[in-house]
Design a protein around this ligand. Sequence first.
Ligand code: SF4
Length: 367
Amino acid sequence: MENIELKTENNQAKPAQNNKRTQLKGLTLEELKNYFGKTGKPRFRGEQLFNWMYNHLAVDYDEMSNIPKVLRNELRDITEIVTLSYFDSVVSPENGTKKYIFETNDKHKIESVLIPETDRTTLCVSTQVGCPLDCKFCATGLMGYKKNLSAGEIFDQYLLAAKDYGADKITNLVYMGMGEPMLNFNATLKSLQIFAQELTTGISLKKITVSTAGIPQKIRELADSHLKVKLAFSLHSCFEDIRSKLMPINDKYSLKDNINAVKYYARRTATRITFEYVMLKDINDREEDIDALSRLCGEIPCKINIIPFNSLKHMQPTGFSAELETSPMDRIDEFAQRLRDKNITVMLRNTQGEDIAAACGQLAIKY
Ligand code: SF4
């Protein structure tokens, strides 16, 4: 996996792509205040802009009634506050899951998925266009990597979905869409810092989960950030060789190193880890997998999210990916029950959104 770069972006306001205007969406409260301070304007204008962009979902300066018109016109000429536009959406007739396709200003498409359930509505956001990690059970992995999203592009997925669906109705956020958040760490962190800001009336950090395939040093950095979001770790096998076959990143960052980092995260944040476990027939649904999982769960405060494998047929997979099959439903139920019998918390996630290729592991844009 030598070709995996830990791409990061700097945290300063920078010119929006394709023009000379500075992109303000994605800046934190402090950065916005600094932006105005540096241009000789009152720093509180940064707070006003923050409120308009992130709380009132404003997409045009004309909406910002407490900012003088002269300043609004000036800002319109030299800055930008929108990073994504709505491109398309599809709603599952079966359960109301809604897949959004958004377009970045530089014309990349990304997907976000809104999942209404009885007790919550979760938005799943992307952090990259595509993904370089090539997990064999994942459509995003099959589409390859195009680029990292900016903090603004990550946050705008929430804002556009909130505008469409109602901000008060979206209760939870998961960083589990296209891409590996830890490979776009600075932008991921900044988007979380915007949610963390006292002024932001959006989702509380306790309702945000960041999912990772496992980059140990970034898991530790997230733990040290004091943001205390929930961490989901894509486990899928407790055995190094099987995990490497399913997730090539495991050759670079071993399960052993990741488990140590995950333990550190649980200790440092006093939160419970979620282990994601996609059920694959005859690969990770065996008796020895139950034993290994229960040993692991004895070492870490955690719960296990069991996910039936979702078809990748829409991506016409080849090689090992084409051989993968979901475990039969009765085996999945038995597997979950056997773990529960060992006092392990197990959630059995349904395949919500499979009919619209919006379920776990199915997100991909065909280029
Ligand atoms: S499962 Fe996550 S990390 Fe793996 S290829 Fe898919 S998007 Fe990337």
